[in-house]
Design a protein around this ligand. Structure first.
Ligand code: SF4
Ligand code: SF4
Length: 70
């Protein structure tokens, strides 16, 4: 599986970081071109593919690609 984060769309709101039940997402230590700290993926092996991050992102900046997706 893979989690895609679009740095051009991300507003750095941190909602995905806040709501991920497994704390897979952490703030980047470097600024994006937009001047925000986008999330980065940490411990992807613990991701349950619940897609809460994708659902809550109002900027459509994060996408979860599961292993069993068509
Ligand atoms: S899919 Fe669920 S567990 Fe995985 S990063 Fe998103 S919110 Fe966290
Ligand atoms: S919820 Fe979306 S816009 Fe907010 S930090 Fe996460 S990826 Fe970026």
């Amino acid at each position: 599986m893979k989690i895609y984060i679009n740095q051009e769309f991300c507003s750095g709101c941190g909602i995905c970081i806040e709501f991920c039940p497994k704390k897979i997402l952490i703030p980047s230590s470097s600024l994006s071109k937009k001047g925000v700290f986008p999330p980065v993926v940490n411990k992807i092996e613990e991701c349950t593919e619940c897609r809460i991050c994708e659902l809550y992102c109002s900027d459509f900046a994060i996408a979860v690609e599961g292993d069993n997706d068509e």
